[in-house]
Write a protein that binds this ligand. Structure first.
Ligand SMILES: [Zn+2]
Length: 258
């Protein structure tokens, strides 16, 4: 059977009344490897428990997401993240989601940069890949990565929506993959226009469930079981078989996370 990986799926989210069923639906669709990314202390326990109930299929990361803290909660969230990273250090597959997000406001930009920098260094210390959430902050993300990356810093630019030039800049940083999700199925999606120029060896698939649902389910809750729809679209753009998309992107995901 063709096997897929979903490198970014929040199936522990309250949007799923039964997250175990969502895992089973994914596995039934051939999506046999799922990475559950952390965002903050409020979701962590549910996330770890879900992953532990499905050890053959799920792994998780630990990290503080750039929009999941306030100036007041920052220190506490960073401390909780660090404690979790130490507690689960043998079990966790990556540090993330970490990064910068200036979309809603730049008010906390400095704290976001501090969190990003410290977590890049933590990942280096633990020798784990990083899952990068970068929105309207590409230049600063690259700058911080260039400054603070260690010898073995590697990871995924999750929900990549930048330019082809941006991709080339990421390539120069070293071992990073682009996370390609449901957006690629949207009409006039920017990424779809130049994806043919990006080798499969540089991409991994992701849903970002419950968000960014691919066509034809756009507007509904997303599911890891929809990964084959994303693979299908990638295969059309790149004029290769779905099996080849699955084989290469799953191998990339396994090498990095599983
Ligand atoms: Zn996410």
């Amino acid at each position: 059977m063709t096997e897929f990986a979903d490198t970014h799926t929040h199936l522990y989210d309250p949007a799923y009344e039964n997250p175990d069923d969502a895992v089973e639906r994914a596995v039934a669709a051939g999506v046999t490897r799922l990475l559950l990314p952390d965002t903050d202390s409020s979701v962590r326990e549910n996330m770890v428990q879900l992953a532990r109930r499905h050890p053959d299929h799920c792994r998780f990361s630990i990290g503080l997401h750039p929009t999941e803290f306030t100036a007041e909660s920052f220190e506490k969230e960073m401390q909780a993240m660090l404690e979790a990273a130490m507690l689960y250090k043998e079990e966790l597959a990556a540090i993330g989601e970490i990064g910068l997000d200036y979309y809603y406001s730049r008010e906390l930009a400095e704290l976001q940069q501090k969190a990003f920098k410290e977590q890049i260094m933590l990942a280096d210390l633990l020798d784990k890949p990083i899952l990068i959430h970068c929105r309207d902050a590409f230049e600063d993300c690259i700058k911080l990565l260039k400054t603070h990356a260690g010898r073995n810093t590697r990871g995924i630019f999750h929900a990549y929506s930048g330019s082809l030039e941006g991709y080339k800049e990421i390539k120069r940083l070293g071992r990073f993959y682009l996370g390609i999700g449901g957006v690629v199925t949207f009409k006039n999606a920017h990424i779809a226009r130049y994806l043919e120029e990006i080798p499969l060896e540089d991409i991994v698939l992701e849903t970002d469930s419950p968000y960014l649902t691919p066509v034809p389910h756009r507007g509904e809750r997303n599911e890891s079981a929809y990964i084959p729809l994303i693979a299908q679209k990638v295969s059309e753009i790149k004029e290769v078989s779905v099996e080849e998309v699955a084989a290469v992107t799953t191998a990339n995901a396994i090498k990095l996370l599983f």
